[in-house]
Design a binder for this molecule. Structure first.
Ligand SMILES: Cc1ncc(C[n+]2csc(CCOP(=O)(O)OP(=O)(O)O)c2C)c(N)n1
Ligand SMILES: [Mg+2]
Length: 614
């Protein structure tokens, strides 16, 4: 049965716009008794035909697969197999990352004996209410498809369904097939056709024609329209079409975290980031828009500024999305279809129409103002400890247009979303659906595996580094070279700032020693030698404090033959400000702390701007 799975995976292909490629580029695996004899034996038999990789942590291997799939615009992915028990539950967080970000990964956790004879087997969860429960059931809500293969012949229907979902842009996410350790080893006479080459054509469905004509009419009557580009615009490779649509109609384009890079930053219609971590001009235009065209976005709270971003009293939405679920959000006019195909069909209907001259003048002014603001922030403050934003500016300057930056959590996503000048649709790789600390290095490995010809810069906060740095070892083992930039501010700049904003004074957001006097974590800062840590994992390591030293370190890293970590101490207090936006984080209604009471009052005032779109 294990052999059948491996055989099946090797003969799955995707095809988009006539380009055909193998869907599974290989498998990541950490063995235990739950998979070493079954799937493990099958991988050994197929090792010359199906690449196997050994990571250091099961959560990390799913991040690697997610990073790979995101970089490949969901056309390719990796499979991940684990043992039963902790190996399987370690994959849970990665599965959530995949499903929430709508990215395909195939998870193959081992599972408890289907025969149940030796139960409880090592690491088995025992339940008094069912003998059919295992820890793998935790993976159900975070999987788009979940199955337990209790008989070998169940593969015949499960495997094609698993790949159908993985390759469907509308349905994709984590797919989990739980493999009882005894069933993996069983023999079965599978039909040969199961192992024939199968090509999954990724379709570009068109939206309903009546609705498309209605959308065109809505747009013709709009005086202040805005386009929000999300991840879907990039995954569907709609970026050239989008650029044409924006140029010909004069509509400004603002971008979500997943959509950043959909337009090159210097396109005249590119206003940059929108939402909580948005740019000033983008947020002002969104606030005044009477028509919002959403292309491939889930409309998360970071994009909608917790539903305060759109304040025109009669604002309407048109949602272009491959899933009906997303297309229906905000009671939008739903254009359910592929982003590129939809924009391609829509544009001819707008012939001769442009946004009003006043709106275009406004767009040009907002854009120029914002570019000046980015220059100002990039220039830094001249303080002795460099600001994170200044380092971002240096990185933006020294990276080539095809280089990729990878990041997920902390204060970097906000700074990057606002400040990064993207020059390629695949340059800005931010996992911000789950914003999972620990994604960065593991995913960077997957990004580089998917695009070996591109330089990959992993940008990671010190807190996130401490959660999951061990995949540096895997990068050394595989000869997959990364440039890891560690931003060391000795704690949580992001959550520390948030804590202060909610009146909680940054409580427990810096790493401090516990003091005997108070019994609290209020002592000296706990320091970590990140360079020594990275070096111990096999990387080259450079500590760089000044702009010149950072530039020199980046140059050395680019010439290096293996992964290099550049550790940059940054000032925790020099933060990039917010630009006219708000995020709903509820604050205690009653408190003994004055600052909390004040913050609550402010919160109640701000929340009044939240809207329902009905
Ligand atoms: C796995 C996980 N745990 C907790 C959080 C909540 N969280 C978001 S940012 C952050 C701090 C990140 O620290 P660091 O990586 O040092 O970045 P900084 O905020 O200092 O820029 C935390 C705890 C998260 N996003 N992911
Ligand atoms: Mg930090």
């Amino acid at each position: 049965m294990g052999q059948a799975i491996v055989e099946f995976l090797t003969c799955q292909y995707t095809s988009l716009d006539g380009v055909e490629q193998p869907f599974f580029a290989g498998v990541f695996t950490i063995f235990g008794h739950g998979n070493v004899a079954g799937i493990g034996q099958a991988l050994l038999q197929a090792k010359d035909r199906f690449p196997c990789y050994v990571p250091r942590n099961e959560q990390a291997m799913v991040h690697t697969a997610v990073g790979f799939a995101k970089m490949a615009n969901r056309r390719r992915t990796l499979a991940c197999t684990s043992s039963i028990g902790p190996g399987a539950t370690n994959m849970l967080t990665g599965a959530a990352v995949a499903t929430i970000n709508r990215l395909p990964v195939l998870l193959l956790p081992g599972d408890i004996f289907a025969t149940r004879g030796p139960a409880p087997v090592l690491q088995q969860l025992e339940s008094t209410s069912s003998q059919d429960a295992s820890v793998n059931d935790c993976l159900r809500p975070v999987s788009k498809y979940w199955d337990r293969i209790n008989r070998p012949e169940q593969l015949i229907t499960a495997l094609p369904e698993a790949v159908r979902i993985l390759t469907s842009p509308a349905e994709t996410g984590a797919v989990t097939l739980c493999l009882p350790q005894d069933v993996q080893t069983e023999a079965f006479d599978y039909p040969e056709a199961l192992f024939h080459k199968r090509v999954w054509t990724i379709a570009r469905p068109r939206p309903d024609l009546d609705l498309l004509h209605r959308a065109a009419a809505w747009l013709r009557s709009a005086s202040a329209p805005v386009i929000i580009a999300g991840g879907g615009a990039i995954y569907s490779e709609a970026t050239d079409t989008l650029a044409r649509f924006a140029s010909e109609t004069g509509i400004p384009v603002v971008e979500t975290m997943a959509g950043k890079g959909a337009l090159k930053f210097d396109h005249p219609q590119a206003l940059g980031a929108v939402g909580v971590t948005g740019a000033a001009g983008a947020n002002r235009l969104a606030r005044e828009a009477d028509l919002v065209i959403v292309v491939g976005s889930r409309l998360s709270d970071f994009t909608t500024a917790s539903k305060t971003a759109f304040q025109h009293p009669d604002v309407r939405f048109i949602n272009v999305n491959i899933t009906a679920f997303d297309a229906g959000k905000h009671q939008a006019l739903p254009l359910v279809g592929d982003a590129r195909a939809t924009l391609d069909e829509w544009l001819p209907l707008m012939q001769g129409w442009q946004t009003p001259a006043a709106w275009q003048t406004r767009i040009a002014r907002e854009k120029a103002d914002w570019e000046r603001e980015v220059d100002r922030v990039y220039a830094g403050s001249g303080k002795s400890v460099i600001s994170q934003a200044e380092v971002v500016g240096i990185l933006n300057e020294v990276t080539g247009p095809r280089d990729v930056i990878v990041n997920a959590a902390g204060s970097l996503p906000g700074d990057l979303h606002k400040l990064w000048r993207a020059r390629d649709p695949k340059q800005y790789h931010l996992e911000y659906g789950y914003s999972c600390m620990g994604y960065e290095i593991a995913a960077g490995l997957g990004v580089k595996m998917a695009a070996p010809d591109r330089e990959v810069y992993v940008l990671v906060g010190d807190g996130s580094y401490l959660m999951m740095a061990q995949e540096i070892v895997t990068s050394i083992q595989e000869g997959v070279r990364l440039i890891v930039v560690v931003f060391d501010n000795q704690g949580f700049a992001s959550i520390g700032g948030l804590s202060k904003a909610v009146g909680s004074a940054g409580f427990l957001t810096r790493y401090r020693h516990r003091t005997a006097k108070t019994g609290l974590l209020d002592g000296e800062l706990v320091t970590v030698d990140f360079a020594a840590n990275a070096e111990s994992l096999g990387a080259r390591a450079i500590r760089a404090c000044s702009p010149d030293a950072i530039r020199a370190a980046l140059e050395t890293a680019r010439d290096a033959d293996r992964t290099t970590a550049i550790v940059v101490p940054v000032d925790i207090d020099q933060r990039v400000r917010g630009y006219d936006s708000w995020w709903d984080v509820p604050i205690a209604e009653v408190s003994t702390i004055d600052a909390v009471q004040k913050a609550r009052e402010e919160y109640e005032r701000a929340r009044k701007a939240e809207r329902f779109f009905l």
